[in-house]
Design a protein around this ligand. Structure first.
Ligand code: SF4
Ligand code: SF4
Ligand code: SF4
Length: 290
């Protein structure tokens, strides 16, 4: 009789159950491993609406340094931060916030950074205005009522870095022909990504939203040089010195920018010569016909 079979050649029921259970377990473990693998790959990138605490920096480096202790969440006095749960699109156990729910209040003493034991939240960040949690972007100009010519400016007024991170750009209102538009403009140099503008936007769905920097910020090619910026930094042109503008003037004449116009060049001690003679022939005979 073959091993595991009865006298009729059928598989022993106990052995069949053992084989079925083993197969089920193997398939189950495989599915769990596959699900975790997909989850891990998804969680490696931060979703568009999830913003990291101050000092988090590069996402890969942050995930590597964060030990998921939750101390930053515990010490956040505004309950802004939460730890990612299983099923969230954010890496499990890491801190983040949704600006539209509870934005960062930009605490002066930055307790979340102080609480972090690993440096995942950079301890070198001691000035909250230097935080770069994300970047605010006006995502829908058709919905933002400032673009329709109505006065709102709520996002501008709530911004803790008002006048630097967000300014109002006055534009002509083509629709009415006589009024101004007060357009909110965000400046990445000073926007901390706190999310207070997104939280306060009066629309049903915010027209200004904060995204992680990697999503919101473009980057100029490294080969580009903005000459006017380099010139301002250096105090002079770095490539070709600015040449004074040359006018094609009649010999012995110069142009007086103070309002006199064309005047004769004068040697020291020399009396001024009138630019034009009383005799029209003198003018015609001059070089250049003047
Ligand atoms: S700065 Fe303050 S409000 Fe913002 S995340 Fe840190 S503790 Fe919370
Ligand atoms: S305190 Fe630091 S290590 Fe702990 S969860 Fe927050 S970021 Fe991660
Ligand atoms: S996210 Fe909004 S409120 Fe916060 S600094 Fe940037 S523009 Fe200002």
């Amino acid at each position: 009789m073959a091993k595991g079979k009865d006298q009729h050649g059928k598989v022993d029921p106990a052995r069949r159950r053992f084989l079925t259970d083993t197969l089920r377990t193997a398939v189950g473990v495989g599915l769990v491993a596959m699900t975790l693998g997909v989850y891990q790959r998804q969680a490696r990138a931060l979703p568009a609406t999830a913003i990291r605490p101050p000092g988090a920096g590069d996402e890969q480096a942050f995930q590597a340094a964060c030990v998921r202790c939750g101390l930053c969440v515990r010490d956040c006095p505004y309950d802004t931060l939460k730890l990612a749960q299983l099923g969230d699109e954010v890496a499990l156990g890491t801190p983040y916030f949704h600006a539209r729910d509870i934005p960062c209040e930009m605490c002066d003493d930055i307790p979340c950074v102080k609480a972090c034991p690993t440096g995942a939240l950079d301890p070198a960040l001691t000035e909250i205005n230097a935080a770069r949690m994300g970047l605010a972007v006006v995502v829908d100009q058709e919905a933002c009522i400032a673009f329709q010519g109505l006065r709102c400016e709520v996002c501008f007024n709530v911004c803790p870095v008002r006048g630097k991170a967000i300014t109002l750009n006055y534009q002509h209102n083509d629709r009415s022909g006589k009024h101004a538009l007060f357009i909110p403009v965000v400046h990445s140099k000073d926007c901390t990504g706190c999310g207070k503008c997104e939280k306060s936007c009066i629309l049903e769905e915010a027209a200004i939203k904060v995204f992680p920097l990697a999503l919101a910020k473009g980057m100029l090619g490294k080969h580009y040089r903005l000459g006017w910026e380099q010139k301002a930094d250096a105090g002079k042109a770095l490539v070709t010195p600015d040449a004074p503008h040359q006018y094609n003037l009649p010999e012995g004449m110069r142009y007086e920018h103070g309002g006199k116009g064309l005047v004769p060049e004068q040697q020291p001690g020399q009396q001024g010569v009138p630019p034009f003679s009383d005799n029209p022939l003198d003018t015609l005979n001059r070089k250049g016909g003047l």
